[in-house]
Ligand binder design. Structure first.
Ligand SMILES: [Zn+2]
Length: 355
């Protein structure tokens, strides 16, 4: 196989797992290149090397898809921060950076570059004008993605069913494979009153190539819905949870109380988004989610907010893949105290229960 040979998304999904890293917002913020709360992906213009590095790190960890970081990079958000004139440059820069990474893979096969649209936050189910505005915003972003030669399109994090339908309609106009994932809030229903399952069924009916869920929910509160979705749909299904321990009382990360002995509370209303760290899933929980999902027939897998390259590697390895970063997977054998290596002195090993 040469570096030019590249299978399409559906061909890949038909024969096995496809891994997609998301969650750039949180990770870029942690790396110091974005303001939390405001969450505008100016990084593609202001610190392009930081975005390139993040994509490369996820690629090294096994992400098959390089998703352009245009989440929140839509006209409305740019208006909120008074920088509407930077909308198109921001989008094109993000798409070009993603493309650069996708066409220079570490292994043999090129990655897929994805254009990206998402929840607009101005959709109003009772206001046709807002809906037309959102459709226009989607259409311009999708247009730039096509210009910059996206291989696929991803519409994600929708909490209004009708907004997801419009996103899918706009994506489908391009003829590119379309991934569409929803992110219902804690009431476990879309904000326009349509059930999670019915929304996904409708998205399949309307031609979504891959339909599923991303963001807002950790493994525990996403999996029950994914099971229903997988059973009911014929198309490929996607599951990309956040990496926090959500539960039935707190199904999303928006109202998750600190349950881990916090001694200095967040100055904000909730632990979201700046004080979620103590509720982080460990890597085994993320791996277990991927393994279970894949065993159910969910082949499009990834991690959203809270994703790190380590967790992407964990996801890939959980479904049987070996990725470049597998070279550096855990090796406790050689740990100076907990390892079994015969060179580790007995007096060090024997002390481990008191360490
Ligand atoms: Zn997310």
């Amino acid at each position: 196989m040469t570096k030019n040979k590249k299978r399409g998304l559906i061909d890949r999904l038909n024969v096995g797992p496809v891994i997609c890293a998301e969650g750039f917002l949180f990770e870029i913020e942690k790396r110091g290149y974005m303001s939390s709360g405001e969450f505008v992906p100016m990084v593609s213009l202001e610190n392009p090397e930081a975005l390139l590095n993040l994509h490369r790190d996820f690629q090294h960890a096994g992400s098959d898809i390089v998703q352009a970081f245009t989440y929140n990079g839509h006209r409305e958000k740019m208006r909120v921060i008074g920088k509407e004139e930077l909308l198109e440059p921001l989008n094109r820069a993000a798409l070009q950076i993603a493309k650069d990474v996708a066409i220079s893979p570490i292994g043999e096969e090129q990655n897929l570059m994805a254009g990206n649209i998402s929840n607009s936050n101005i959709w109003n189910q009772n206001d046709k004008k807002s809906q037309l505005e959102v459709e226009k915003m989607f259409r311009e972003m999708v247009g730039w993605a096509v210009d910059e030669e996206a291989d696929i399109l991803i519409g994600e994090t929708f909490y209004y069913a009708e907004e997801a339908y419009i996103a899918l309609k706009v994506m489908k106009e391009t003829g590119l494979p379309s991934v569409i994932t929803i992110a219902p809030y804690g009431e476990n229903i879309m904000r326009d009153g349509i059930s999670i399952l019915d929304t996904c069924k409708e998205l399949e009916q309307r031609g979504g190539d891959v339909v599923g869920m991303n963001c807002h929910r950790g493994p525990n509160t996403m999996m029950p819905y994914l099971k229903e979705i997988r059973k009911a749909l014929k198309c490929h299904v996607a599951g990309l949870p956040i990496t926090y321990r959500t539960n039935n009382d707190h199904p999303t990360f928006f109202n998750l109380p600190d349950n881990n002995g916090c001694s200095c509370n967040t100055p904000h209303e909730t632990t979201f988004p700046t004080a979620l760290d103590p509720m982080q899933c460990n890597r085994y929980e993320i791996g277990q989610f991927a393994r279970e999902a894949y065993s159910l027939g969910i082949n499009y897998l990834g991690v959203c907010c809270g994703a790190t390259p380590m967790l992407i590697r964990e996801t890939a390895e959980a479904v049987g893949l070996k990725v470049p970063a597998s070279k550096y997977r855990e090796n406790m054998e050689n740990h100076y105290m907990f390892g079994k290596n015969k060179r580790i002195p007995k007096h060090i090993k024997d002390y481990r229960n008191k360490a």
